[in-house]
Design a protein around this ligand. Structure first.
Ligand code: CA
Ligand code: CA
Length: 349
C-alpha cells in the first residue's frame, strides 16, 4: 500500500515536470496560459467597468480608456466642473456605468478636487460623448479628502442604491464621527439624496469606523463585503451590516470591543493593501497593491491563496461571463512599471 503510494507520487512528479518543460518557452510572465494580457499602456488605472463587449477603465489623472476586442484602445478625457486633482492617492478613482448605459451613456464617478486649500472628493454623473466624457450633474460634494485615504469605490447594490467607500482623510477620529462623511460606507439614491431606509435619519452613512476602504461587492445572497487598508498591516475584509461600527481607530485587526464589529478576515502581520474585490466562483477575489498579487479568500474560512503574483501591484478586479479580469497599478509612481504597464489581464481557469 505504502509502496504503491510512493510509485504513484513519483509518477505524478514526473508528469508534472514534463508539463513544466513543455510550458517553459522562455516567457516568464506568460508561462501560465490561463492569464492573457488584453490592454497595455494604461495610466494609473483604478476601476474596471464593462458593457456590450467593451471595457471601460478609469485612470487617475482624469481619463477613461475603453477597449473592445479586435480594436485599438481609446482614451478620452473626463471634463468636470471642478478640476480633478491627482495627488498622492487622489484623482479620478471609482467609476460605475449606470444601468441601461447603452441607451443613455451615463456613468458615476468619484474624484478628488481642491477648494479653498482643502482636498476633498465628490461624486458626479458623467456622460460619454463622441470624444470625451462630460459632467452632467453632481450627487455629493465635500467628502473629506487628503493626500492619502480617499476611499473612492462606487458600486450599485442589488437594491439599486449607490454605495461609496470614503477614507478617514488622515484624520482618524472622523471615522467615528456620525456627522462626518469620512471613514464611512455611504448609501445614496441616484438623485444624490441619502437613500431611503438608511440606518441614521436623513444621513448618507450606511456603516462607519472605516480607515481606508476601497473594495465593495455582494455575494449571490446579497450580502455586502468590503475590504480596507489597516495601519501598516492588519488589512481587513468585513461583512457590512447597516448602522454598524467597524472600529477604526479604536480597534485594529482581530481586536474586539462591545458595539464594534471585528473583521471576518484580517491579514495579521502581513500587508495586502487591498483595493477592488469581487466574488468569482463563490470565492472572494482581492486586488492587492502592496501584496502585489491577486488573492483568493474563501468566505467559509481557511487560509487565503495567491492566484497570481506575476503582475506587480493590482488595483481592481471584475467578473464578466465567468471570467476574472484585473488591472495592474505599477505606473502611479509607487510601483516598478514594466514596458507594457499598466495592463488589463484576463484569467480563464
Ligand atoms: Ca468596477
Ligand atoms: Ca475594523
Amino acid at each position: 500500500m505504502k509502496r504503491a503510494g510512493i510509485v504513484i507520487m513519483l509518477f505524478w512528479l514526473a508528469a508534472c515536470s514534463s508539463d513544466q518543460v513543455q510550458q517553459d518557452d522562455g516567457s516568464a510572465a506568460s508561462n501560465d496560459e490561463s492569464f492573457q494580457t488584453l490592454v497595455t499602456d494604461l495610466k494609473s488605472p483604478w476601476d474596471i467597468e464593462y458593457d456590450q463587449q467593451t471595457f471601460y477603465i478609469s485612470e487617475r489623472e482624469g481619463t477613461i480608456t475603453s477597449w473592445t476586442e479586435g480594436e485599438e484602445s481609446v482614451r478620452y478625457p473626463v471634463q468636470t466642473r471642478k478640476e480633478i486633482v491627482q495627488r498622492g492617492e487622489g484623482g479620478l478613482l471609482g467609476f460605475k456605468l449606470l444601468p441601461g448605459f447603452k441607451d443613455h451613456q451615463r456613468a458615476l464617478a468619484y474624484h478628488t478636487y481642491e477648494e479653498e486649500g482643502s482636498i476633498m472628493n465628490r461624486i458626479i454623473e458623467i456622460e460619454r460623448n463622441s470624444d470625451q466624457w462630460k459632467e452632467t450633474s453632481v450627487l455629493l460634494e465635500n467628502i473629506p479628502g487628503a493626500q492619502f485615504h480617499n476611499g473612492g469605490r462606487i458600486e450599485i447594490g442589488p437594491d439599486n442604491q449607490i454605495y461609496v467607500t470614503t477614507g478617514d482623510s488622515l484624520n482618524e477620529s472622523l471615522a467615528q464621527d456620525p456627522e462626518s462623511l469620512a471613514g464611512k460606507i455611504l448609501r445614496l439614491s441616484t438623485d444624490g439624496t441619502a437613500a431611503e431606509g438608511n440606518p441614521f435619519d436623513s444621513s448618507y452613512v450606511y456603516s462607519y469606523g472605516h480607515r481606508n476602504p476601497q473594495g465593495l461587492t455582494w455575494n449571490k445572497d446579497g450580502e455586502l463585503y468590503a475590504a480596507e487598508h489597516g495601519p501598516d498591516n492588519h488589512d481587513e475584509v468585513n461583512l457590512i451590516q447597516p448602522g454598524q461600527n467597524y472600529g477604526w481607530p479604536q480597534i485594529v485587526g482581530d481586536e474586539e470591543r462591545e458595539g464594534m464589529v471585528t473583521p471576518l478576515f484580517e491579514t495579521g502581520r502581513n500587508t495586502w493593501a487591498p483595493s477592488g474585490v469581487v466574488f468569482f466562483r463563490e470565492e472572494l477575489i482581492v486586488a492587492s497593491l502592496r501584496g502585489k498579487a491577486v488573492m483568493k479568500l474563501s468566505p467559509s474560512g481557511g487560509d487565503p491563496e495567491t492566484l497570481t503574483e506575476q503582475y506587480g501591484r493590482i488595483r481592481d478586479v471584475e467578473v464578466v461571463d465567468d471570467r476574472l479580469y484585473f488591472i495592474t497599478n505599477n505606473t502611479d509612481g509607487r510601483g516598478s512599471p514594466e514596458s507594457e504597464d499598466d495592463q488589463l489581464v484576463k484569467y480563464s481557469p
